[in-house]
Design a protein around this ligand. Sequence first.
Ligand SMILES: C[S@@+](CC[C@H](N)C(=O)[O-])C[C@H]1O[C@@H](n2cnc3c(N)ncnc32)[C@H](O)[C@@H]1O
Length: 343
Amino acid sequence: MSVEYDNIFILRYMGNKNRLLNFVVPAIEEVTGEGDTVCDPMAGTHCICYALKNRNKIIANDIQQYSYIIGRALIENNTETISKDEAEEELTGFYLKNQKENRFRFFYENYTDTYFAKEQCLAIDSIRYAIDMVGDKYKQALYLCALMHAMCKVQSTPGHFAQFMPKEHQRILPLRAMDVWEEFLNKCDDFRKIVNNGMENKVYRTDYKELLSNMDDSVSCYYIDPPYSGEQYSRFYHVLETVVKYDNPKLKHKALYRNDRFKSGFCYKRSVESEFELIMKEVSERQSSLVISYSEKGTLPLEKLKKLSSRYFKHVDFRQNSHTHSTLGKGSNNIKEILLILN
Ligand SMILES: C[S@@+](CC[C@H](N)C(=O)[O-])C[C@H]1O[C@@H](n2cnc3c(N)ncnc32)[C@H](O)[C@@H]1O
């Protein structure tokens, strides 16, 4: 039976579980009771946490700042909302001021005619300036989510920021003609309602190893969805990291990457097994359940993952789902998504 879980779409994100809620969420529900605490140490777009929020207390984390901002908006925040009308009223004056005075101009100066057109860069800088003027941190986070959504909609790329389209690409003209301010305002209406579970949900931005070493025993279930290929998220989404941090980073390479990118151990054959082992050891010692999402074609071969699981857990339940998996620009592959439910 298909259930309509709470869901607010923000980003087309590599490996996100937005379209797999009905596969993943019931598995977590099976090993937890209502009101129990669920921890997602690599939460990405936070869609699994948000789907569970009306039932569980959530502790979420990711190494990337843009992910932290999504978590702050959707998970930690129980009370604040925004709308298109409110955004127009609250932000238009500051937006126009920056259009005129160019106080914030990092995107204009660095990304013109790369990922965005000149006018789009100016609009991004000006919306970002206007958001800086908002007092409440949860409203700021909601507005930043709407801005990230608008940027992803107009980006001249194959669907991520590892590279931009060449000038002569046939799709570039319609993409460059899109209005960032209009896309931003329209998206604000998706945040008129946010699930309020009345609990003190917590969101962090750190390496999952640090998070795990600081957790007490109150977590009933850990859900992990680590990177499963050699592609680093910090390379694919560096522009989102920069728009939320707005910290004037040094950029390098033709694709204008930040020079402080995090490299995840899950992306390398030499370290992926020890990363999984560390999590299994920590979670089994706390006697919590562990639900793992992975791909049948992941960096760690499935047989090794299963063997490792039975070393640390008594019960190993294995499920798989045929999922048309987007490879963001390289076409679509029918790759099986797998779930391991361990306790
Ligand atoms: C497959 S994505 C998660 C997708 C998420 N479940 C969703 O539905 O949007 C993997 C995430 O792991 C994060 N990550 C990778 N290594 C990490 C680490 N060592 N500590 C914390 N987060 C990490 C990445 O930033 C990325 O957001």
